[in-house]
Design a protein around this ligand. Sequence first.
Ligand code: PMP
Length: 265
Amino acid sequence: MFRLGEHVKRLFDSCKIYRREIPFSTQDFQEAILETIRVNQLEHCYIRPLILCGTGSLGLNPLEAPTECFILVWEWGRYLGEESVEQGVDVCVSSWNRAAPNTFPSMAKVGGNYINSILIKMEAVTSGFAEGVALDGQGLISEGSGENIFLVHNEKLYTPSLGNAILPGITRDSVITLAKERGYEVLEQSLPREMLYLADEIFLAGTAAEVSPIRSVDHIVVGDGKRGPITTQIQQDFFDYIEGKVEDRHSWMTPVYKEQRVQSS
Ligand code: PMP
């Protein structure tokens, strides 16, 4: 499984922001995730660990409420559609913005933030798009409803910074690492909306969406409307890594079953 430790760490970090103590160590939590996959005998699955404030007062102070943990695992096809990874998807810029600074912490992966994601996604889907891209509170590019975004312009990669109301995606971090290994410059910075219309290539990155090319934004074709060469290369590197086809040079892989081997040096 891919970058389990980082996923669990982000969960614990999210709880830290919300002052919620977790009565387990990160190691125990990781082992519980692996065990849940094993007892369900799944080979490919999506995992959604949830940490909740349990029963307590109906007031707004959750500090006394007990912590409850759930681990959901299930098989899931391609999040943005079967063809998305090769053909790319059509997206729109959402009329809903991401949360303004100092309102809802974007760096936390918490259920409450997904109310905003749901609005973005429903608007996109009812308008005939696969996904919506949100701008931040200042009108700069932020991210998709459940993915980070990368733009390729003049052979450089651009992605919004942590200051643009994004969730710091683990796939985003993996893409940055893999792209730099290929010698590309990757710039994490504020980006104006119009870069979406001028980029040579654009792709989404997330655990569910994996690396999915965008072929149009607001009906404006990106590049030549097909998966571009840099997206293709990064996507290949990403899939080779998560499928265990290359050496696990960053120690990103955790074996789930005893007989499973991760390729290591
Ligand atoms: N942004 C948002 C809002 C998300 O929900 C996700 C999916 N967890 C991502 C970005 C991508 O994060 P990751 O690569 O860690 O899945």
